[in-house]
Design a protein around this ligand. Structure first.
Ligand SMILES: O=C(O)C(=O)[C@H](O)CO
Ligand SMILES: [Mg+2]
Length: 265
């Protein structure tokens, strides 16, 4: 059976962030993920996880100045010191939260930047992150993101991510395969899953309905078919529910929209 993690950045927006742990547990989730933990002290987050019997399965390294539009630092020449400081902070949080995965966002390619320099910066930065994370048993994840949601993002295709993972050459670097982004950029999801899961290089999956990024049962994808396929391939990792409920932040919007999950809990 697929195992589902609630993405607390997108789900349960009708309650404050710290109250989303309880809400997710009440709905039957045993794991959570979210974008960033850094606004809260790690012990406070660890206590929420403990109190509600939840595992933290993923969060992101600091992305640079998010409010100014930055979406990761890994590919940005000249920002290496900040990138390294962010990785050190992420590893501290991951240890405190017993979280085995950190997503390192690639970043937006700077206007006019030399493509080779951007790629070399990315490879060197991810290698550094992997080296720092490895002694703690933490995996570094790289996620291709569609260019409609994030124009200019360095990483958009699965083959690009897998080629980079091979070039980086660290056993604790894997691909975060977000099926929502993959459907928008490439389509042919079942064949992509069949192609990439057996490589052992997919460290986490995420889902959402396409194209609105609402519940998985809203939109053009047949998620039950994909879940059965994942089962048949023996996928035993987590699937992050990274979608915006169709009723937004209305009271109980997330819980009311979880009908799709019930058969899989
Ligand atoms: O947007 C996504 O799909 C993600 O998983 C990132 O972590 C943040 O943008
Ligand atoms: Mg994602």
């Amino acid at each position: 059976m697929p195992r589902f993690a609630a993405n607390l950045s997108m789900l349960y927006n009708d309650v404050d962030f710290l109250d989303r742990f309880a809400a997710a547990a009440r709905d039957g989730f045993q794991a959570v993920e979210y974008l960033f933990p850094y606004a809260h002290p790690a012990p406070e987050l660890a206590e929420r996880l403990r109190a509600h019997g939840l595992q933290q399965v993923l969060f992101n390294a600091p992305p640079g100045d998010w409010d100014a539009g930055e979406r990761g630092l890994a590919c940005l020449p000249g920002r290496e010191a900040e990138f390294r400081a962010g990785i050190a902070q992420a590893i501290e949080y991951a240890q405190a939260l017993q979280c085995p995965r950190i997503h390192v966002m690639a970043g937006l390619v700077p206007q006019g930047a030399d493509a080779a320099a951007v790629r070399a910066t990315y490879v060197a930065n991810v290698r550094h992150a992997a080296e720092q994370a490895a002694p703690h048993g933490i995996r570094i994840l790289l996620e291709p993101i569609n260019g409609r949601d994030m124009p200019g993002f360095f990483l958009s295709r699965q083959d690009q991510a897998h080629a980079l993972v091979a070039e980086i050459g660290a056993t604790n670097v894997q691909v975060q395969m977000d099926l929502y982004h993959c459907q928008i950029v490439e389509g042919d999801l079942a064949m992509k899953i069949r192609q990439y899961l057996p490589t052992g290089r997919v460290g986490h999956l995420q889902i959402a309905g396409v194209p609105e990024r609402h519940e998985p049962d809203v939109g053009e994808l047949n998620h039950p078919y994909l879940f059965r396929l994942l089962d048949s391939l023996g996928y035993d990792g987590w699937i992050g529910c990274e979608y915006r409920p169709a009723r937004g932040a209305a009271t109980h919007a997330t819980s009311d929209g979880l009908g799709w999950l019930k058969p899989w809990l």
